[in-house]
Design a binder for this molecule. Structure first.
Ligand code: TXA
Ligand code: MG
Length: 350
């Protein structure tokens, strides 16, 4: 398939390009587009055939449901059964990086929602995503625009690396602002919400908007593994680069000692900016990537997937990274990084 790649710098001035992309969606085609979280691989959410094409382009099992993207929170009425909690969340966070699981209406084909009785809805804030959904006049089903198993793309070039030749169009709207996928929540009968995937909208932000928030155990799964958690196998590896990733939980000094003892020659280190000089001096053979300041979890979220992809191109034997904290946006980093590392956490603290 020939893929058309278009830079969108101004939605109003490029209305004709947006129109063409929207027509492609309406006709059942696939369009990669930017959102404030990561790039999405979009198709008509009301068209079962489009869902099939999305699964094929991604190489994803078709029982993994898709998020449907809408231009305004009220549009959820047509596709889901909403509730008071949904509108509380919408008032606080939409448009924005939040996805809400709601009971589905039959306007959403079973294939789009992986045969579940529920559907995930999200109203993205990115101007290109907004313009595309509005012009299409249908909700857009979109998983992250990566091949199944690799990190989500946060730049159009990274999306193109995976999707060139597999989709009709790629809209380049610049680098994604946040860099990790949306927060996913499920409203419960009692008015509380269950957090299924952490993101930019943190548990504290959710609590301020709706009250009780339960973090699903899978968010921090295997947190209490032993000192060295060996890989439980490929089936737990998501968001994963080619090289094995190890998360080092300890001081910079302890990390240096462990990496030296490990003795691999061609390795990369994702390093907090604060630690870069010390790491580079102590490990001259390792390639250090600037992972942002230790306290700047927003910058780390912005860089993570992009750095993993860049590191992947170099064919390192192993990649080392710090174990993130679990508070605030740290929880989203933690959730993605333990998966990228297939739960290989090295406890260096004494
Ligand atoms: O930020 C994002 O959410 C990006 C952009 C493109 O919007 N999309 C994204 O989609 O991350 P995807 O497909 O890569 O991840 C969606 C996750 C999957 O893990 C899927 O299993 C889950 O949402 N999901 C979708 N529908 C669901 C449902 N009805 N119940 C529970 N989980 C659901
Ligand atoms: Mg994904």
């Amino acid at each position: 398939m020939k893929t058309e790649y278009i830079e969108i710098r101004d939605c109003a001035a490029q209305a004709a390009d947006i129109r063409r992309a929207a027509d492609t969606i309406r006709r059942g085609g696939l369009v990669v587009f930017p959102t404030e979280t990561v790039y999405g691989l979009g198709g008509n959410a009301t068209d079962a055939e489009a869902a099939t094409r999305i699964y094929a382009a991604k190489g994803r099992p078709s029982d993994n449901p898709l998020i449907i993207h809408i231009a305004s929170p009220e549009e959820a009425e047509r596709y889901t059964v909403t509730n008071a909690t949904y509108y509380r969340l919408a008032a606080a966070f939409m448009p924005g990086p939040l996805t809400v699981i709601l009971p589905a209406r039959d306007t959403v084909p079973e294939r789009t929602r992986g045969s579940l009785p529920t559907v995930a809805v999200r109203c993205p804030s990115h101007p290109v995503a907004q313009a595309l959904i509005r012009a299409a006049g249908v909700p857009i089903a979109a998983p992250s625009a990566n091949l199944s198993g690799s990190p989500s793309p946060t730049t159009a070039r990274h999306a193109a690396d995976d999707m060139m030749g597999r989709v009709d169009m790629i809209l380049d709207g610049g680098d994604c602002d946040f860099g990790l996928e949306s927060t996913i929540v499920k409203p419960e009968e009692d008015g509380s919400v269950t957090l299924l995937r952490p993101g930019r909208i943190t548990p504290d932000m959710l609590r301020a908007a709706v009250g009780d928030v339960h973090v699903a155990p899978a968010v921090t799964d295997r947190l209490r593994e032993g000192e060295v958690a060996l890989s439980p196998g490929m089936k737990y590896r998501h968001y994963a680069p080619q090289a094995p990733v190890f998360l080092l939980d300890g001081s910079c000094t302890d990390a240096v000692a462990w990496i030296r003892e490990r003795g691999r020659s061609h390795v990369a280190v994702l390093a907090y900016r604060d630690d870069m000089p010390a790491l580079q001096a102590a490990l001259p053979a390792a390639t250090c990537y600037d992972f942002g300041a230790r306290a700047d979890t927003a910058q780390q979220a912005h860089l993570l997937f992009s750095l993993l992809r860049e590191a992947d191109k170099e064919g390192y034997e192993e990649i080392y990274a710090p174990l993130p904290p679990t508070d605030g946006v740290g929880l989203a980093l933690y959730n993605r990084m333990i998966r990228a590392a297939a739960y290989q956490i090295i406890r260096l603290r004494r």
